[in-house]
Design a protein around this ligand. Structure first.
Ligand SMILES: [Zn+2]
Length: 251
């Protein structure tokens, strides 16, 4: 694949992700914010920057490290988070791993790339991460792209693009703005299908669970409207302590 004048690789067409998921409003306390950094909507028109239809070939190293980033994304999915993973490689070794924990940690700072940058800085003992490559399953958002440039990471390898928040060339190109004092080389589309599929899987499952919850809620409401007295009595009796518990209360 040809490099452009900045030394970066052109961005391939983004993979079609489940766009219906963007409108989800999760029911219950485990609500997942599907807006803002939501990667679940792709750009089927292919209107993202620098798109090439050319089938790319990637190095074994890039494939290997993107697989490692995907493993991190699996960790996110295991705790109910939007599956986004990242790793940082320095001198042929992974020195930091991270995955999205935004809802778990209750902070927008808990993005995979930020977690990686924190760990890599600790490992190297410097805020400068020159000579490092960051692999991320999803195109970085504005916060992460800014942190990547601020930490002077040399190279960013991206799995799939994010039309909702991508700042590696889709909405903005923070990673390669010539007015900043640092630009990163960017390679797009490494394991793009896998990086997209994991997001599709997550949002498909989220949609299914939301439908089930709503169905259950409708059933409960229908039962209450049909048998309000019996259900209220049942609810009251279920709130009453059991006989052995009443004895404990009396004591
Ligand atoms: Zn981010």
């Amino acid at each position: 694949m040809d490099k452009d004048s900045t030394g970066s690789m052109p961005c391939p067409a983004p993979f079609a992700v489940d766009s219906a998921a963007a409108g989800l409003s999760a029911v219950g306390s485990a609500a997942v914010d599907t807006a803002a950094t939501d990667p679940s909507t792709a750009d089927p028109s292919g209107a993202s920057a620098n798109i090439s239809k050319e089938a790319p070939s990637f190095s074994p190293e890039d494939l290997k490290y993107m697989k490692a980033a995907l493993k991190q994304a699996e960790k996110a999915i295991a705790i109910g988070e939007v599956p986004i993973g990242a790793v940082i490689v320095y001198d042929g070794k992974i020195i930091a791993r991270g995955y999205n924990r935004r809802n778990t940690d209750k902070t927008t700072l808990a993005h995979a790339e930020i977690a990686c940058i924190r760990k890599a800085c600790k490992k190297i003992g410097d805020w400068r991460l020159e000579g490092c490559t960051l692999y991320c399953t999803l195109e970085p958002c504005q916060m992460c792209a800014g942190a990547i440039i601020q930490s002077r990471i040399d190279r960013v390898v991206i799995g799939t693009t994010s039309p909702k928040s991508g700042c590696g060339g889709t909405l903005l190109n923070i990673l390669q703005n010539p007015d900043f004092n640092h630009q990163a080389d960017v390679l797009y589309g490494v394991l793009r299908e896998e990086c997209t599929e994991i997001l599709q899987r997550f949002f498909k499952d989220l949609r299914r669970r939301n439908k089930e919850r709503k169905k259950m809620l409708r059933l409960q409401q229908a039962q209450i409207s049909e048998h309000p007295v019996q259900i209220q009595q049942a609810q009251l009796s279920s709130q009453q302590p059991a006989p052995h518990e009443q004895e404990v209360i009396r004591q």
